[in-house]
Design a protein around this ligand. Structure first.
Ligand SMILES: NC(=O)c1ccc[n+]([C@@H]2O[C@H](COP(=O)([O-])OP(=O)(O)OC[C@H]3O[C@@H](n4cnc5c(N)ncnc54)[C@H](O)[C@@H]3O)[C@@H](O)[C@H]2O)c1
Length: 157
């Protein structure tokens, strides 16, 4: 029986290694028949992401730092040259400076807060804007959230 994503094309943003949530999603999408492209940020991660992508038969592996509008534009322009249409985008990207994650939340600096929100949240807006022109009817965009808004999560520090 054909998988539910047979013939669909999806871009996976946010694989850092085989423990990334995005990697679990990529494997599931591949199992269901999707063709996948991947992005990575930085040369170190490229060395990890490229073999993972290749293990799923994907050779579209593109650099994209979501803090850069130029990077996002280039990524989706390149993707548009490889694929006529994008069916889904997986946004599984987040970052906070290590020091900002220590201690009580009210010690968070304004700068650290802005950086975390830019990479983790605004990037969904920016990547969606770039993805939509490649998407036909029925295209989907998936992002991650955290259940901290619904439940009390004890601190580990
Ligand atoms: N791990 C958890 O318990 C958990 C729980 C709920 C939600 N989430 C969310 O799931 C998503 C994925 O988290 P994860 O646990 O797989 O961690 P992860 O570190 O594997 O994934 C985060 C990804 O963001 C990428 N990234 C960071 N800065 C970037 C930038 N400037 N440009 C492009 N990419 C950048 C990293 O390269 C990495 O691939 C995040 O949005 C996270 O908030 C995680």
């Amino acid at each position: 029986m054909a998988g539910v994503l047979q013939g669909r094309r999806g871009l996976i943003m946010g694989v850092a290694n085989e423990r990334s949530i995005a990697w679990g999603i990529a494997q599931a999408a591949h199992r269901e028949g999707a063709d996948l492209a991947f992005t990575y940020v930085g040369e170190t991660l490229e060395k990890r992401v490229r073999p993972l992508a290749e293990s799923l038969g994907s050779d579209v592996v593109l650099p994209c730092d979501v803090q850069s509008d130029a990077d996002i534009e280039t990524t989706f322009a390149t993707l548009g040259e490889c694929w006529k249409q994008l069916d889904f985008l997986v946004h599984s990207v987040a970052f906070a400076a290590r020091d900002e994650l220590k201690g009580p939340f009210y010690r968070t600096s304004r700068e650290g807060f802005h950086l975390a929100l830019d990479v983790s949240v605004y990037s969904l807006v920016a990547t969606t804007r770039a993805a939509v022109p490649l998407m036909g009817p029925g295209g989907s965009i998936l992002t991650m959230t955290y259940l901290g808004a619904e439940r009390t999560i004890p601190t580990t520090t």
